[in-house]
Design a protein around this ligand. Structure first.
Ligand code: HEM
Ligand code: HEM
Length: 186
């Protein structure tokens, strides 16, 4: 049966959302762990390779996602949404989209400028988009690390809001993004 487009996001957008959620949270937790380990030690070195590869995957998925997002219909918010809830949800989504691009781009830029490894899952290396430059590398790293705090807050708020809608409000917000909608579509 076709998906009910009046209550759900487009099927491809929902698939990309969940794939990105898993990859993004994995990259975030690995980054958090690596940030607490002394530089040059193992397993920080190896895990950072995985971190960067997950981050680059998120970046390319986010480009595809943005294209799907602007070319498909977004379902209207449930009528239970007061204007304040609606504004908060939109602000949270805008912040999430900014993060989806800002984290990979700052990470890529500072790794390029710092001459660090840019291997993608032990295969090829991404081109260095920024020439060796310690000042740029430092500024990019400071930005990436500072943004990490914003990331923790925005993602935690997003997950807490979803739980609140699912458990307290029971207004079908989770179903709007769920891979299998009530209409039986996969
Ligand atoms: C989904 C995208 C990404 C997220 C959510 C993310 C998140 C994080 C977090 C939370 C940290 C720990 C910050 C700290 O407390 O020190 C971190 C560190 C780091 N990230 Fe990312 N990152 C992403 C993408 C990338 C990319 C694409 C690269 C490089 C190509 C990269 C390179 C690094 C490096 C080298 C560190 C260690 C920096 C340090 O210890 O100061 N990240 N990242
Ligand atoms: C367990 C983790 C997560 C859950 C349960 C979850 C749940 C949801 C739900 C239910 C919606 C629909 C909200 C609505 O219709 O108003 C949504 C939308 C959204 N989520 Fe998540 N999410 C999770 C993780 C993430 C992560 C890690 C990101 C990105 C960093 C993210 C980015 C977004 C964005 C940008 C939207 C708006 C829809 C769009 O325009 O693509 N989510 N999420």
């Amino acid at each position: 049966m076709p998906v009910d487009v009046t209550t759900s996001y487009a099927p491809l957008l929902r698939r990309i959302h969940w794939a990105t959620a898993v990859l993004f949270i994995a990259a975030m937790l690995i980054g958090l762990y690596c940030g607490l380990q002394p530089p040059g030690t193992s397993p920080r070195r190896e895990l950072l390779e995985v971190h960067k590869s997950l981050g680059m995957t998120v970046f390319f998925l986010s480009i595809l996602r943005l294209m799907v997002r602007v070319s498909t219909r977004v379902p209207p918010e449930p009528s239970s949404f007061a204007w304040l809830v609606r504004a908060a949800a939109r602000l949270n989504h805008v912040a999430l989209y900014l993060i989806l691009f800002a984290m990979p781009l700052t990470g890529y830029a500072f790794s390029s400028a710092g001459g660090y490894s840019l291997r993608y899952f032990w295969t090829f290396s991404w081109p260095r988009v920024v020439a060796d430059n310690p000042a740029v590398a430092h500024a990019g790293e400071v930005t990436h690390d500072a943004l990490a705090w914003f990331v923790y807050a925005v993602v935690a708020l997003h997950i807490a809001a979803t739980i609140w809608h699912a458990v307290v409000m029971r207004d079908g917000v989770l179903a709007r993004m769920w891979p299998r909608s009530e209409s039986g579509e996969r």
